[in-house]
Design a protein around this ligand. Structure first.
Ligand code: ATP
Ligand code: NCN
Length: 203
């Protein structure tokens, strides 16, 4: 478990869930932008033991993906964590529920690249996730406009907030809807699919 386990100070923690197959500079970029633009204390790179929607074929072993995420983390404010492997969760709704229980005084914000906002309606209990956990969407080349025209953005339209308002005064359990924002940030073109394709060509 990451460093703040047991710490009683209220922290603002960004959760960047991913396969990290492999981790790359785009993940680090997302973490740094979220730290700065949302005034977070930390970002946890939440390495997934297995995305429920992705095939296991072609997925590197968990330990390898965690090690790759550790290499792009800074060990200080950007931390690679194996929380889902330890909790035994794969569905994000379950992970969030357990994390809130474990850290009742933390404010969590789920960080998503724009491609994952489009995918969100395929996740288990996605409306519950969006209702209870603040979502911050990072622009991604080729995906942002499509994501804003997608089902999740449509269903959640009236809960969209300015980034500055996203975590302001957030009191877990009291807010009626946690809300979501699109962060205004430079885009980064790195992609794990492109890295895997380049490695396959070089092999
Ligand atoms: N360059 C990027 N810009 C914005 N968000 C990104 C970027 N790269 C990854 N993300 C986001 O980080 C999270 C984890 O991404 P993931 O580990 O799946 O990397 P990926 O490059 O999207 O991988 P793949 O190409 O295999 O799907 C997702 O929310 C994804 O949208
Ligand atoms: O909970 C779900 O149903 C669910 C379905 C698909 C993806 N996710 C999560 O989305 C995050 C991004 O996954 P990935 O594989 O696109 O990097 C990661 O934390 C996954 O566990 C979660």
């Amino acid at each position: 478990m990451p460093g703040p386990w047991g710490d009683r100070r209220r922290r603002r923690i960004g959760l960047l869930g991913g396969s990290f197959n492999p981790a790359h500079a785009g993940h680090r970029h997302v973490a740094e932008q979220a730290l700065r633009r949302l005034g977070l204390d930390e970002v946890w790179l939440l390495v997934s033991p297995g995305n429920p929607l992705k095939p296991r074929r072609g997925m590197a072993p968990f330990a390898e993906r965690l090690a790759a995420a550790r290499r792009i983390a800074d060990g200080r404010r950007v931390l690679a964590v194996d929380v889902e492997a330890r909790l035994g969760t794969r569905y994000t709704a379950d992970t969030l529920r357990l994390l809130r229980r474990r850290f009742p005084r933390a404010s969590f914000v789920l960080l998503l690249g724009a491609d994952n906002l489009t995918q969100l309606p395929r996740w288990g209990r996605w409306r519950e996730i969006a209702c209870r956990t603040a979502l911050a969407v990072l622009p991604r080349p080729g995906y942002t406009r499509h994501a804003l025209a997608g089902r999740a953005a449509h269903v959640l339209a009236r809960h969209r907030r300015r980034p500055a308002a996203l975590l302001a005064g957030q009191d877990p359990g009291k807010a009626r809807h946690a809300g979501w924002s699109l962060l205004v940030a430079p885009e980064h073109s790195a992609s794990a699919t492109a890295i895997r394709a380049a490695l396959a060509r070089a092999a």
